[in-house]
Design a protein around this ligand. Structure first.
Ligand code: TRP
Length: 332
């Protein structure tokens, strides 16, 4: 667990309209940490560039994430909340770090390897469609982490390797140039498990099975009623652990409510229709106020610009200091 004096930092990539799966796995943990720790949270728009080619789309997703984080309770008092691309030292440090990063380390990155495997399986050249943004993605992420002297980086399991790379790269740098960087470590929170989507597979835009976080109430209800279940009758006992309904409920209800619904699943006598209504009522009651705040912020993007600019003004001096240390160490 992170100590209270630790510097905690995390980034969120604006590649899509956030859904319940993103919220539970990535956004909620950062919001929770911000309530009792000093944190840096930024929107990693530079990391979206290797996939999204339309600036309007990146801006839109950036606003959505900013509005969502604030609406869901990110503590702006404790948090330096900003946009990655507003800090020029990010680009600068990335260039310098290239020189101490072994190419072989990048070859081992899971996300790059997955793209290569896909190409090979499709009988294509192994680097088909792979740009250097994807290949050097972990170096950019290392720059993010090292600029703000982060100790702990809360990430999902899929990003753990990237944080380990940041630690490796900081170590290579320190070996060559002295003690310039703190060594960061991943902070893997309580395992949220796989958040299932409407069809029971992992909730993901690519499976078209998502529940948007801030859908209008009627749409939220419609989606939840469409969750696929098995064909057990209302009387039969049901397994909460394999039920999408229960697995989603867990992330919004209190412990007592979770125990109660678990009991009703196991006892039998409750149909899936009823369980879905319970799930809808719960999610809707948790999200209805934040939804209004989200809508308000999305209609006032100037306010979001101001919040992110204020955050950048706090992040910048820290980044400048770190970068100056690195520049001196490398270039004298
Ligand atoms: N790569 C992360 C993701 O896709 C986002 C990210 C960018 C990040 N920079 C970071 C996370 C620095 C933690 C620390 O989710």
């Amino acid at each position: 667990m992170a100590a209270l004096t630790d510097i905690i930092l995390t980034g969120i990539k604006p590649t899509g309209t956030p859904h319940i799966g993103n919220y539970v796995a990535a956004l909620k943990p950062a919001i929770e940490l911000s309530k009792s720790n000093k944190t840096y949270v930024f929107i990693a728009d530079l990391h979206a560039l290797n996939i999204i080619r339309d600036p309007k789309v990146i801006r839109q997703h950036t606003y959505e994430i900013a509005a969502l984080m604030i609406a869901m309770g990110l503590n702006l008092e404790n948090t330096v909340f900003f946009k990655q691309s507003d800090i020029v030292q990010t680009y600068q440090l990335t260039t310098l770090l290239m020189n101490v990063t072994p190419k072989g380390l990048m070859n081992r990155a899971h996300s790059y390897k997955a793209s290569v495997d896909k190409n090979v399986a499709a009988g294509q050249d192994e680097d088909a469609g792979i740009n250097m943004g994807l290949y050097t993605y972990p170096i950019l992420m290392t720059a993010d982490i090292l600029l703000y002297n982060a100790d702990a980086v809360p990430v999902g399991a899929d990003q753990k390797q990237h944080v380990e790379f940041a630690r490796d790269i900081a170590g290579y740098f320190n070996n060559l140039y002295g003690d310039v960087f703190k060594l960061p470590a991943p902070l893997i929170g309580e395992d949220t498990g796989i958040i299932p989507g409407l069809d029971g597979r992992k909730m993901s835009k690519s499976y078209d099975n998502i529940i948007p976080l801030f859908a209008p109430e009627a749409e939220l209800k419609k989606k939840i009623m469409r969750i696929i279940t098995d064909s057990k009758s209302p009387e039969e006992p049901k397994d909460p652990e394999t039920s999408t309904i229960f697995q989603l409920y867990k992330h919004f209800a209190t412990d007592a409510e979770i125990q109660e619904l678990r009991g009703r699943f196991i006892a039998g006598g409750m149909g899936y229709g009823t369980a879905k209504t319970i799930l809808f009522d719960k999610i809707n009651s948790v999200l209805s106020q934040p939804r209004q705040e989200y809508m308000r912020l999305m209609a006032n993007t100037k306010e979001l610009d101001k919040i992110l600019a204020d955050g950048a003004a706090l992040a910048r001096p820290v980044a400048e200091q770190t970068f100056e240390r690195v520049r001196k160490a490398m270039l004298g």
